[in-house]
Design a protein. Structure first.
Length: 172
């Protein structure tokens, strides 16, 4: 985590209502957006072995949380957006379910050579994606799902590099 990420997470820890989530939320920060993902208590389902019933109960609990906390979350988001000049998105984990609420879809420019464009065009032609942009988004999600631990290790290493750089001598 960078100093900015740490200060944003710290501010949110102090500003969020104590009863909003069970425990401290996860705070993700990039150049455009702050995403706050908290955990809420899962519902008690009488037939705990029925996976579809449990998923539906969790979805219902998430929907109830979203509506019941909208005012509180919007107030915090307005303050954070003004303070940190980034949009704020919210997410919730409930049991085995999770959902992100209104979060940004930011355009990203990239240059691809013909073999990479052909991959995207194949996904579009096969109906997997509606456009090259959707196909590229699908590819990024797929890579992210299959390389989570590697990406976590890489982020951790980058954080360590930041720490070492910050502890080095200053040149005045």
């Amino acid at each position: 985590m960078t100093d900015t990420d740490t200060s944003i997470a710290g501010w949110l820890a102090g500003r969020l209502p104590d009863d909003l989530f069970t425990g401290s939320p996860e705070v993700r920060v990039d150049r455009e957006e702050i995403t706050v993902i908290g955990t809420i208590d899962p519902p008690v389902v009488d037939d705990g072995d029925d996976a579809p019933a449990v998923r539906e109960a969790e979805a219902g609990r998430i929907a109830r949380f979203r509506e019941a906390t909208r005012g509180k979350r919007m107030e915090v988001a307005r303050e954070a957006e003004h303070r940190f000049d980034r949009k704020v998105a919210w997410g919730v984990r409930c049991g085995e379910s999770s959902q992100l609420f209104t979060h940004l879809a930011v355009p990203v420019m990239t240059r691809l050579r013909q073999p990479q464009r052909q991959v995207l065009d194949t996904l579009v032609a096969a109906g997997v994606a509606r456009s090259r942009a959707d196909a590229l988004s699908w590819c990024v999600k797929l890579v992210g799902q299959h390389t989570d631990s590697w990406l976590d290790d890489l982020r951790e290493a980058m954080g360590r590099v930041d720490e070492i750089r910050d502890s080095g001598p200053s040149v005045d």
